[in-house]
Structure formats: C-alpha cells, structure tokens
Design a protein around this ligand. Sequence first.
Ligand code: GLY
Length: 266
Amino acid sequence: MKVQRQNLNKAETMFKHIIARTPCPALVDGLSEAGMGKPDYEKAMEQHNDYIRALQTCGVDITLLPPANDHPDSVFVEDPALCTPYCAVITRPGADSRRNEAELIAPALHRFYDNVERIIAPGTLDAGDVMQVGSHYYIGKSARTNDEGAQQLIVILEKYGMTGSIVTLEEVLHLKTGLAYLENGNLLAAGEFVTKPEFQQYNIVEVPVDESYAANCIWVNGKVIMPSGYPVTREKVARLGYEVIEVDTSEFQKVDGGVSCMSLRF
Ligand code: GLY
C-alpha cells in the first residue's frame, strides 16, 4: 500500500509502517569509533529480534528486509533513506563503505512511495542526521552529511511543502546520536544539544553525561523504545507519561548504532 498524503498541520503523526533489515554476519566489521570491541553476531541477532518484537507492540506493519552481507552496516536502515509523509529520499551516505546501501534500500522505498527523491553527488547525507518535528526537519551537518547534501534535502522538503534547517554538530556522529524528538514538544537531548539555541523552544529532557547513549530513542505511536541500562533517562521519559520499552542494543552500540538507526518509521 502506498503512503497516503497526511495533514501537514498535524504535528503528532502516527506511524503505520516500519522498514528494518536483519543484521548480516559482516556486522562485526561495521564502521566503529566506539572502541568497545567487535559485536557478537549471535547476540546481535537476538537483540534485533527483541527490537522487532518491541516494534510489533506499537501498532505498525513491519517489513523486515533480508541480511546483506556485502554491506556490514546495512542493519542501520535509517541512514540511506528518509521517509516523510509525502516522499521518500534515497540519501547518499557519507562513508564510502556505506554508499551502496542507497541502492540496496531503494526497492523497499518504491514499494511504499510514488515520490522517491535522491541526494546526488557531491552531496552526502546520512538520514541519521535528520530529525523530524512535525513538518520541519533538522539536518545535522556532520562528518557524514555535508552542506551540499543538507541543502539538497531542504530543496526536496520544500517541494513537498515541508521545511528544513541545518544544525552544525561538533561532538557526535549523527544528529540523532544525541537527540530524540518524543512528540508533544518533548525533546530528549544529550551533550552539545542541551544548550543549542535551535532547540530551546522545546521541553528539553536532559540526558546525563554518563547515560548519553540513551539519547538515541524512538517514539512510536505513544511508546518510547530506548536502550536498556539507563535508569535515570528511563525515569525521566516515563515521568512524561510515555510507556517505555527497553531493548538491549549493546552489540549495535559497538558499531556506533542504536535504537533509531535500525528502523525507518513512517
Ligand atoms: N556503524 C554505523 C556507522 O558508522 O554509520
């Protein structure tokens, strides 16, 4: 079923669809700056199954794509594609080893969207750098997303009546490494994002420094899926009234991945 046009003024859009991809054995060779060692593939598979089970409780249909062993980081489907209510965007990932993930994800996007746009060279963009708040998209300029890629995305968004703005990152890999919009004005933020002027209009829920990994959460239809083992952040999120589902993502953390990176939600 193709994605239907939704009301642009409705800030809290319910998600209907999820796309995820089964991790491949080559995950152990995924890009990593975490310095936490290599993931255990069997454990990663169990954790991914738990992640999918958590999503299954959120009232969405789930398309689970097969493992793609030529693409070690391909479980992180959030980076090669952006799914908006009006169009999908096939990105041009910033890391050379991930560039071909764009072609890999394309057929799945065409199943759901009539309008599929592309980021083209010399632009680069990882959609892990893109955070949606209603019809506005914050785009992190990072080691992976360059100014050209961000500007191309803004032009695409405006073509469909949406907007985008650029946020420069200084410390983290992706914008959503340190930020998660939980709808209803609530923004979970860690590190450099707590004080950024762009975000002061939101109810900033500060993630403590020693729990900064927990800033990578996802809101899915009223529930918040977050990594397990971060009790202070969990309590802060629960106090906002969300049902919290914790999932262990330790093996994905070893390759700089987290809860948001492992699905497309639209
Ligand atoms: N390993 C995930 C990434 O670096 O993009």
